[in-house]
Design a protein around this ligand. Structure first.
Ligand code: MN3
Length: 383
């Protein structure tokens, strides 16, 4: 039996790599649903090439063009984000949903997929940052299994296979991004072109800027807190510039188990799709002799205030991580539009958190409200 896959955000960085993995295993996977926000041409091409059953284009103005292009191929076409949730909740021919939309907008469709009890290959970390407690509770309730796609979390997940031991510590590795050795002055003066040059990974713009500010590691720390149910105090960030070890777990006997490999997202994507099986993959092999040495150091919280903001947010809990995430999304977009300096990203986040209303035990409506409130305040600050 082939696994029937839905990819939310199929035209993005993770989505296209997921399709590359699927193209290497036509005997194991088939594409059921593809969705995209605006990239209609690529969506049409993917739907034809992978013989998708259904596609959704979020931008309703593009519905006509997509539908006319795909009608002759017998592909069902829908428009608007609401359709994604509808399809996921009602479809019985989807086994696994790759949640690879970018940002908070991934929360609603991911929750819909969880409620339908499907397996989730989770690449959208913002979903767990903004609503980790609700999302994990819903997943338990509806027997929906969440498999991480994020490379660090996949490494942790792989390191935990077969273990019956308590986690003493999670060692969450970070490449350090383009500003690993930059001064604050250099960061303040950095253009988006410089911030977008990630030394190790090729990723979308949002996550690349998050890597430069280290907010990405903050988001991932919160993601790990919910995925593996560990206290944030037990999650230690480790700068590992070579990005060869993708994260590690330290157990109570002092053993540390990690996962290594070349930095290629197709490895964790495939593991999430094929889990619990490990299957062949045509990617570069790690050459340890060429590598020579692996190095590690502690992150600098002064030059990267986003790290402290993230730990403080999850410590406060409630709706604060959601507000932090909303402010970060707004600040990153503003930086990419040259409206603020790179070093103003953490300032916007901190001030937004201070101004928003704290809710200790938010329900899902509160989460959507907090996200809205956070965006309004962050935008006001930027203006
Ligand atoms: Mn990552």
């Amino acid at each position: 039996m082939k696994r029937r896959v839905a990819i939310l955000g199929s035209t993005g960085s993770i989505g296209t790599q997921a399709l590359d993995v699927i193209s290497q295993h036509p005997d194991l996977f088939e594409v059921e649903l593809l969705t995209a926000n605006n990239s209609k041409d690529l969506l049409i091409e993917q739907a034809i090439r992978f013989n998708a059953n259904t596609v959704v284009i979020s931008n309703k103005e593009m519905y006509r063009e997509v539908s006319e292009a795909l009608n002759p191929h017998m592909v069902k076409v829908f428009a608007g984000n609401e359709s994604i949730a509808d399809i996921l909740e009602n479809s019985t021919n989807i086994d696994i949903v790759v949640a690879s939309m970018v940002g908070f907008s991934g929360l609603k469709p991911t929750l819909a997929a969880i409620r339908s009890g499907k397996t989730i290959a989770l690449a959208n970390k913002e979903t767990l940052v903004a609503a980790g407690e609700i999302v994990t509770a819903q997943a338990r309730k509806h027997n929906s299994f969440i498999v991480p796609v994020d490379s660090e979390h996949s490494a942790i997940f792989q390191s935990l296979q077969g273990e019956r031991a308590a986690i003493e510590k999670i060692l969450l590795t970070a490449s350090g991004g383009p500003f690993l050795d930059a001064t604050i002055e250099q960061m303040a003066a950095a253009t988006k072109e410089i911030a977008l040059k990630h030394p190790r990974w090729t990723m979308g713009a949002k996550v690349t800027i998050d890597s430069a500010s280290m907010m990405n590691k903050g988001l991932e720390m919160i993601e790990a807190r919910w995925l593996f149910d560990v206290n944030p105090d037990k999650i230690q960030m480790v700068i590992h510039p070579q990005s060869i070890i993708h994260s590690m777990v330290q157990f109570e006997d002092g053993s540390i188990i990690g996962q290594m490999g070349v930095p290629d997202m197709r490895i964790p994507i495939q593991y999430a799709l094929s889990y619990p099986y490990r299957i062949p993959l045509n990617v570069e092999r790690l050459d340890l002799f060429k590598m020579g040495s692996l190095t590690f150091r502690e992150p600098d919280r002064e030059r990267f205030p986003c790290i402290g903001i993230a730990y403080e947010s999850i410590r406060k809990g409630g709706n604060i991580p959601c507000i932090m995430n909303a402010a970060n999304e707004v600040a990153v977009a503003a930086f990419l539009q040259d409206k603020i300096r790179f070093t103003q990203i953490p300032e916007v986040i901190e001030k937004t958190i201070q101004r928003c209303n704290f809710i200790a035990s938010p329900d899902i409506e509160d989460i959507f409200e907090s996200d809205k409130e956070g965006r309004i305040f962050a935008n006001e600050l930027i203006r």
